[in-house]
Design a binder for this molecule. Structure first.
Ligand SMILES: Nc1ncnc2c1ncn2[C@@H]1O[C@H](COP(=O)(O)OP(=O)(O)OP(=O)(O)O)[C@@H](O)[C@H]1O
Ligand SMILES: [Mg+2]
Length: 604
């Protein structure tokens, strides 16, 4: 955006020199107006309302090409990032264009682009460019998300499913081919001009994604090994074996992503290879056991387990579940998903589908049979069964009574039915409920759990809610609710964790010390850093030599890139400060940072 032009259009051109001299853009404007000498309240108000309009406009604007200009690189700075790149191509488009009228072909391509763009954006991706009928998309730029690789594969599978259902004048269903790769790239200077302007991405990743798209069969998503490593067991994959790809050195492993896996929890799916033995957390387990003892005796309890990403909320919960394995109880586990924050009752639906054993390929009849079998165990009424079936989007084929309810009433009745289920279950054996990742919960699930929290005080139920600190649960005041904040591990605990991870492999004391210092007591970082060091060892015969120079082995592991970058991107303008700080080192004085900022302004 040209700030000068914009100020002139508001009749406030007098402020242009001050804004320009201070490199002010719309994002930082609201906080800086006084400092820039906009003393008049009238002018400040005029500017603020114009800024609000600007953000509304950019929110409405299509992703291409406006989003390029709204990206975080306000000036032509290049940036090193981990990016997941997707290429999506329409199968048989050359033959189609020979057969069809150009007008019709244009309509078909437009429909395909629209479908891709909406599914890519819904999954947090960014359409970088339309190339003929193909689509190039980035996940991780301009805004990184914690689960970019997962989002890209999710979007790819959704496109494969949606394309044949598109209604076009092609006379036959459309089919696509998709290639996805993840790697470090430099997102840099603007290429081209005007509408065709594009952020150049330099690195092997786009080429790899394009080549993988080339070997993909119709209606399939082919992913690179680097992407696969970030997915754990979240998706079912088929190994395509080593592939020789043009422009890519050596044989390259490739996999076809088939579907989302039916793993119960994200934590389990991401730790299919096994867990690091639990270190510390004795007090927390003790507290959970005490609350459980109370709950079993009929004094229902709620534990609100909070902590930053990777600090060990899920690991602690898993350890606690293990401790209860010998005791009779019913387990109800609900998982919120970062991709389903707007989908009403998603964690509850997921739970019922798993408990009833519904499979993707089951017929409607089989699904209804399985649901009824589950609900019979709790002697659920016909009306409640109708509500559950509807919640799972299973059509009423006359098996349950038809309920004439207004949407609001239906919602309330569904919640009543769910609460009633918990009560009935807890009357025979104690119930342990785990509500994981409440920071991603949809509003309806939160309302339901709010009611459950109040309700279980009188029942044999322990409810554990896990969440990151950005979520503030409104239930804290109640007497049977305990807040448990999980802190980082102490250096001596990190040391023990490293021991567990390295096993018998040698690790130089200096490298170990480096890991302890850099990971700040966050178990996730400890695991990933240590594993990265070990992998570097096995890849490198001359390990001992390399270990003497720890820096190459201590680069940020791929598995942490996305979540760290997402945190940095969320800082907005302060990101640059963090980057300057990082370049200086782990500790620095205020003066040194200020000097760094001045240098960066002068040189960029
Ligand atoms: N006390 C611990 N001892 C050993 N390993 C641990 C410990 N705490 C966490 N870990 C390991 O660290 C990693 C991150 O932990 P976990 O997934 O439980 O974090 P989290 O707080 O649930 O994060 P998120 O908010 O992303 O869900 C996991 O691989 C876990 O096994
Ligand atoms: Mg977790």
């Amino acid at each position: 955006m040209d700030v000068g032009e914009w100020l002139r259009s508001l009749g406030l051109g007098e402020y242009e020199p001050a804004f320009r001299d201070n490199r002010v853009d719309g994002e930082i404007l609201p906080n800086l107006m006084k400092e820039l000498g906009v003393a008049s309240v009238g002018h400040r108000r005029k500017l603020l309302s114009a800024i609000a309009k600007l953000s509304e406009r950019s929110a409405e604007a299509p992703a291409v090409p406006e989003a390029h200009r709204a990206g975080p690189l306000a000036h032509d700075a290049a940036e090193r990032r981990q990016l997941t790149v997707m290429f999506c191509d329409l199968v048989g488009s050359t033959a189609m264009s020979a057969r069809l009228d150009p007008e019709d072909m244009r309509g078909i391509i437009a429909a395909h682009h629209k479908c891709c763009a909406s599914l890519i954006e819904r999954n947090g991706g960014f359409v970088a460019k339309y190339m003929g009928d193909g689509v190039l998309a980035y996940f991780g730029y301009p805004q990184a998300h914690e689960h970019d690789a997962e989002r890209a594969v999710g979007a790819g599978l959704a496109i494969v499913e949606a394309a044949p259902k598109l209604e076009t004048s092609a006379g036959a269903p459309l089919h696509v081919r998709i290639g996805i790769a993840t790697g470090i790239v430099v997102v840099g200077d603007l290429l081209g001009s005007g509408e065709a302007q594009e952020r150049g991405v330099v690195g092997d990743t786009p080429n790899l994604a394009a080549r993988l798209q080339g070997i993909a069969e119709s209606d399939s998503v082919v992913i690179a090994d680097g992407t696969r490593k970030l997915l754990g067991d979240l998706f079912e994959l088929s190994d395509l074996g080593p592939q020789n790809l043009k422009g890519v050195a050596g044989p390259t492993r490739a996999y076809a992503a088939l579907r989302e896996s039916s793993q119960e929890s994200r934590f389990d799916a991401l730790h299919a290879g096994g867990l690091t033995a639990l270190v510390g957390r004795e007090e927390e387990i003790e507290l959970l056991l005490r609350r459980w003892a109370k709950a079993r005796a009929g004094e229902g309890a709620v534990v609100l387990l909070s902590g930053e990403a990777g600090v060990g909320k899920s690991r602690l919960t898993a350890a606690f579940l293990e401790r209860l394995s010998g005791q009779p109880h019913t387990r109800l586990r609900y998982f919120c998903s970062p991709q389903q924050t707007d989908s009403a009752l998603h964690p509850i639906i997921g739970h019922i589908e798993r408990a009833a054993g519904l499979a993707r390929d089951d017929t409607l009849q089989t699904k209804l049979d399985k649901l009824d079998a589950l609900l019979q165990k709790t002697s659920t009424s016909g009306e409640d069964s109708a509500l559950f079936a509807e919640m799972l989007s299973l059509p009423n084929v006359g098996r349950h009574p038809l309920l004439e309810l207004a949407p609001r009433q239906r919602r309330q009745r569904t919640m009543d039915a769910l609460i009633n289920q918990v009560e009935v279950l807890s009357s025979s054996v104690p119930v342990l409920m785990v509500f994981e990742d409440a920071h991603w919960a949809d509003p309806t699930s939160l309302e339901l759990f709010g009611r459950l929290v109040s309700n279980i005080a009188r029942h044999r139920v322990l409810l554990i809610v896990t969440f990151r600190p950005e979520f503030e649960p409104p239930w804290i005041e109640q007497a049977h609710v305990t807040a448990l904040a999980l802190n980082r591990l102490a250096p001596c605990e990190v040391d023990i964790m490293i021991d567990h991870i390295v096993g018998n492999n040698p690790l130089l004391a200096t490298v170990r010390q480096d890991i302890i210092e850099r990971t700040d007591g966050i178990p996730l970082f400890v695991e990933e850093m240590t594993k990265a060091v070990l992998e570097a060892v096995s890849e490198d015969e001359a390990w001992r030599t390399a270990a003497l120079v720890p820096s190459p082995t201590m680069a940020v592991p791929a598995s942490l890139h996305a979540s760290l970058m997402a945190r940095l991107d969320r800082l907005g303008p302060a990101k640059e400060l963090a980057q300057i700080g990082a370049a200086i080192g782990r500790e620095f004085s205020h003066e040194l940072l200020v000097a760094g900022v001045i240098e960066s302004v002068v040189f960029f």
